[in-house]
Design a protein around this ligand. Structure first.
Ligand code: GUN
Length: 298
């Protein structure tokens, strides 16, 4: 039987609607309008598209947008100065520095300079530590999106065998921490894991976040499992008689996997749209925290 498709577009639209409502209430009842500053350095075309989409979503949700575009050759010191100004600006509740940054800038140094309470990407080491310690803080948006998609299928993740493939600070590690906080039994697999297919085969919940096009095959998946595919890989078009256009694929061989899994996210239209929705949610939470208000339960 073919798997249930976990529709990230619908689930993210629902979340964005709820954030918009909460932002409206915050403005009406407290006169507060959460603000997000997105900092883009240089002209990386993928980054420009991301930033444009983020800004549009921010405005649509009723948040204030404070976008900053700096030239490719900006110095690290100049970028640090801008972070300092944004940290001090009360209207700015969230700061996101779009990655990657040009080679003259140390991204770790920039992330560490952001006020952890405004770190809506959840990349600051203090927020990573808070997440690992089970303390309240801001968690990375894609990881939050993955867990929300899993919870759209399972009312509780407690006791599930979860396997996360990939150990990045942006997705793999925080997803594993969030699943642990949901009481799943979590394994983190990676490029050095021995016999990856048999590790995957025990997963009730499989999160693929290693950035390898279609690496997880249908035969690796436990029948009925929930599969969350974080990969966004652009595959070049094939030449020859049956020429194919370039296409976007995930880290999971979708055509095979959907015949075995119980539920699966498509690529595109699965995890991708959740990231921006969770960024809006993090900005709302940051604004509430900074003003001594409880975070709305969304
Ligand atoms: N570049 C690609 N994805 C992201 C993201 O989620 N946050 C930041 N800051 N940069 C990115």
């Amino acid at each position: 039987m073919s798997a249930r498709i976990i529709d990230g577009k619908t689930i993210s639209a629902d979340l964005r609607g709820k954030v918009t409502d909460a932002v409206h209430r915050l403005r009406r009842d407290r006169g507060l309008v959460p603000g997000l500053a997105v900092v883009l350095v240089g002209g990386n075309s993928a980054s420009k598209v991301y930033v444009r989409n983020k800004s549009k979503a921010v405005t649509e949700a009723g948040l204030q947008s404070f976008d900053q575009h700096l030239p490719e050759n900006v110095s690290e010191a100049e970028l640090l100065d801008l972070i300092g100004l944004l940290n001090a600006d009360e209207k700015v509740n969230g700061i996101l520095v779009q990655l990657p940054l040009p080679p003259q800038i140390d991204a770790d140094k920039i992330i560490a300079a952001i006020d952890p309470d405004k770190d809506v990407d959840g990349f600051h080491p203090l927020n990573a530590g808070r997440l690992a310690s089970g303390l309240p803080g801001l968690a990375p948006c894609t990881a939050l999106g993955c867990v929300r998609l899993a919870k759209a299928v399972h009312t509780s993740l407690a006791g599930l065998e979860a396997v996360v493939i990939g150990r990045s600070n942006i997705v793999g590690k925080p997803v594993a921490q969030l699943l642990l906080a949901e009481n799943a039994t979590v394994t983190i697999a990676h490029s050095k894991t021995l016999d990856l297919p048999s590790v995957c085969a025990r997963a009730d919940l499989l999160v693929a976040a290693m950035g390898r096009p279609e690496m997880v095959r249908g035969g690796w998946i436990k029948p009925g499992a929930t599969v969350i595919d974080v990969g966004i890989n652009r595959i070049a078009g094939e030449s020859g008689k049956e020429a194919k256009k370039p296409r976007i694929v995930g880290d999971v061989a979708y055509g095979e996997a959907k015949e075995i899994a119980g539920a699966i996210t498509p690529v595109p239209g699965g995890v991708g749209p959740m990231t921006i929705a969770c960024l809006l949610l993090n900005t709302l939470h940051a604004a509430c925290m900074q003003n001594g208000l409880p975070a709305p339960k969304i």
